[in-house]
Design a protein around this ligand. Sequence first.
Ligand code: SAM
Ligand code: SF4
Length: 432
Amino acid sequence: MNVYDSVKMGDLLKPHGFSLHDAPEGADMVILNTCHIREKASEKVYSELGRIRKEKERLQKDGSNMVIAVAGCVAQAEGEEIFKRAPFVDIVVGPQSYQNLPALLEEIKRKNSWAIDLDFHHEAKFDTMPEDSGSQGVSAFVSVQEGCDKFCHFCVVPYTRGAEFSRKVSDIMRETIRMIAMGAKEITLLGQNVSAYHGTSEDGSEWTLGLLIKHLVKLKGLERLRYLTSHPRDMTDEELFTVHATEEKLMPFLHLPIQSGSNKILQAMNRKHTREFYLDLIAKFRLARPDMAFSSDFIVGYPGETEEDFLDTISIVREVGYALCYSFKYSPRPGTPASALEHQVPEDVKDERLQRLQSVILEEQHKFNLQKVGMIMPVLFDKVGKKEGQIAGKTPYLQTVIIKGDVDMIGTTANVTITAAYQNSLTGVVVR
Ligand code: SAM
Ligand code: SF4
């Protein structure tokens, strides 16, 4: 979502004379688009700001200037506090108000002082976004839903991104068509809770995510469609199971975070679903699409997590046989209910559990990758490889495949015989 928002900020500022640059050195403006999800991500903002400050001071000595803006969820959560800790920052702007960046730039010039906007105006944000977005390449994001009403007890998202909001169907269609026209072959529909999508269509009716997908897959030039991230509780749309069964362009891969395998912890987290409900969902998807693969997010060391609860998490990783997983140590976030709980798990226990979980995850990932050796898989090539003469692409299951190949193949899909599998990638040769 932050990658998508950053592209949009660049688009917004282009008509005001800015162009994108890949380093802060000599820049007229630097925007730090920040993440507040874990303490580590938040703390990075201040160390990064210290680095950028030096460049701003160097430019000021030479008689020029640099505007520094802090955008995103740290801006939303910390607000004016940022100016206190880093008085050289000029603009603080939240994730639902960055469409006002040009006005904020005017304001700092007019007042010769800092400017801040932390309002939540979802509707206005998408309505004022420039139409002519730059290319995102072979694989592009389109935001369809923002915010979250779930209030998991560990999470800051409902506070920093605000309430759930779904974009209009016509806006999503227009943006997807533009992305395809600019070279995108794969579109990922984004939302903090994308399965809660319920946008208004032209005739005023409300469309679910399944219905939206059913229409998007008809777009010419689109080869692959994905959506991210889903909440298990909201996977109630029967149309979604149907489109997985019938639509080839919809990739047989789903990121479905469970966070913990223990029902006690799931309840404490306010996840609103059980382990059994989640496993039933997985079974239902596999019934609709037998080759469906899954990824998940896990948190270890949630307050009150015992060794037994943790072993339930290990067992669900084995039981589902994930293709990919992201795992994190629980990080107490200011203002969330879990941060005030007793029975916080000591840091060394969290470290040890994370290590054990990650080794099981990698084992499962490797197993999943090994199953593909000898198979012919469609690979969409999207970049050059690390070594000379190599290119890299993705299977339908988001596995990275590296082959010897020409850069001209980037942007195309080819059938590849998988020759070897590692924990994080596959290698292969193109079927001639
Ligand atoms: N909406 C998604 C869902 O329901 O799973 C997740 C969105 S969140 C941006 C991405 C992931 O960050 C979560 O799935 C969770 O695993 C992790 N996360 C969120 N808050 C966390 C915290 N306080 N400590 C550690 N990890 C956290
Ligand atoms: Fe955070 Fe996802 Fe829970 Fe919403 S559903 S509160 S974004 S973890």
